[in-house]
Design a binder for this molecule. Structure first.
Ligand SMILES: NC(=O)C1=CN([C@@H]2O[C@H](COP(=O)(O)OP(=O)(O)OC[C@H]3O[C@@H](n4cnc5c(N)ncnc54)[C@H](OP(=O)(O)O)[C@@H]3O)[C@@H](O)[C@H]2O)C=CC1
Ligand SMILES: O=C(OP(=O)(O)O)[C@H](O)COP(=O)(O)O
Length: 335
């Protein structure tokens, strides 16, 4: 089988994880990664055998630091079928012209606007929409977590109204620049937050509104979900629909916090301690005065990784059936 040639532009939190997940698949491979600086992540990429590319004016500084440079970012995209842009939010938009010029497909992340790609993606919800597309955006970690539960519940019971509060980790564990360290910050202060409108780019027409605050934690986001449903149902009915979702994991057995979920991920032997699935406390699933409530936690560093793999498969038309792609990605990653 000819494998799809994948380039990763931006090898940080998301980029390095996408690279490793792609290499686990049979139908795609990494042909290069791009970094701007010769730091430990660049050295690790080289040690793993990924050809390292960089910006044209950074070749010298990379080589001085002992990195073997395979070429410029322009040369990397020329050699690829599809580039996964994992540069920081709002940087990705500046690369569109480069990808168009090279005539290759591109995937952006949730830090970019929907309009950049015109197709916002969540594998469980709209895999088929991305088939053969040139440009796709994998929605942000929180939006991915919301789509994974709202989509099946909407299909089964009809979501009349969704009102969701997101408690966001304020920075990733390796991030030494962002806070707060000792405060709770309404963010954004203007409501609603971007997540509700973002969900609508994947599930058109759904009535969803979100508010968000940032907390002094780095581990995971936590959502309080409140839904009014069209069809009458019990908490058990909801639990059985969520139990069928391969990227939703029920947590209990003494797990009362995001910290214990991260410990579970390490105990499972997951690479980097990643938790790719939404973690729903099934004990929290409650029907109260006719409305549904539950809590879920989202590992921001890793939940979008299998979605990027599925997006590549759809855009490259390696698999036309979304459920088959999800099953393949899950099997290879160990979900
Ligand atoms: N972190 C998260 O929790 C999540 C992030 N996202 C989204 O994923 C995207 C990437 O975020 P994340 O991985 O956290 O970001 P990081 O800051 O961890 O990584 C960004 C990478 O891009 C590189 N980079 C910076 N500037 C450029 C440039 N001009 N050209 C090429 N590469 C560049 C950096 O390299 P260098 O160090 O060499 O400068 C770094 O490797 C964003 O859109 C974000 O919103 C989505 C879900 C979750
Ligand atoms: O995609 C994410 O969050 P989001 O769903 O709140 O936009 C990531 O956690 C990155 O968010 P950040 O912009 O707070 O670094």
């Amino acid at each position: 089988m000819t494998k799809a040639k994948v380039a990763i532009n931006g090898y940080g939190t998301i980029g390095k994880r996408v690279a490793d997940a792609v290499m686990l698949q049979d139908d795609m491979e990494i042909i290069g990664i791009a970094k701007t600086r010769p730091n430990f992540e660049t050295v690790m990429a080289q040690d793993k055998g990924y050809p390292v590319y960089t910006l044209a004016d950074r070749v010298g500084s990379m080589e001085e630091a002992g990195i073997e440079v395979a070429g410029t970012v322009e040369e990397m995209v020329e050699a690829a079928d599809v580039v996964v842009d994992c540069t920081p939010g709002k940087v990705g938009v500046t690369n569109k012209e480069l990808y168009e010029k090279a005539g290759i497909k591109a995937i952006w992340q949730g830090g970019e606007a929907h309009e950049l790609a015109g197709c916002s993606f969540n594998a469980e919800t709209n895999y088929e929409e991305a088939l053969g597309k040139d440009f796709v955006r994998v929605v942000s970690c929180n939006t991915t977590g919301l789509c994974r539960v709202l989509s099946p519940l909407n299909n089964e019971f009809g979501v009349k109204k969704a009102r969701i509060t997101l408690m966001r980790r304020s920075a990733d564990p390796n991030d030494i620049k962002h806070g707060p360290i000792n405060a709770i910050v309404p963010n954004p202060i203007k409501l609603p937050s971007h997540h509700g409108p973002d969900v609508k780019t994947v599930i058109p027409g759904i009535d969803v509104a979100t508010t968000a605050v940032k907390l002094p934690t780095t581990l995971m986001h936590l959502h309080t979900i409140n839904l009014e449903l069209e069809k009458e149902c019990t908490a058990e009915d909801v639990e059985s629909i969520l139990a069928e979702q391969s990227r939703v994991r029920f947590v209990g057995q003494g797990i009362t916090s995001t910290a214990e979920i991260m410990e579970l991920a390490k105990d499972l032997g997951r690479p980097r301690g990643d938790m790719w699935e939404n973690c729903v406390w099934n004990e929290s699933i409650t029907m109260y005065e006719g409305e549904l409530y539950f809590f879920q936690a989202i590992h921001q560093e890793s939940d979008v990784i299998p979605e990027n793999v599925d997006a590549i498969r759809a855009m490259m038309e390696l698999e036309s059936d979304g459920q088959k792609s999800i099953a393949e990605t899950n099997a290879k990653m160990g979900i």
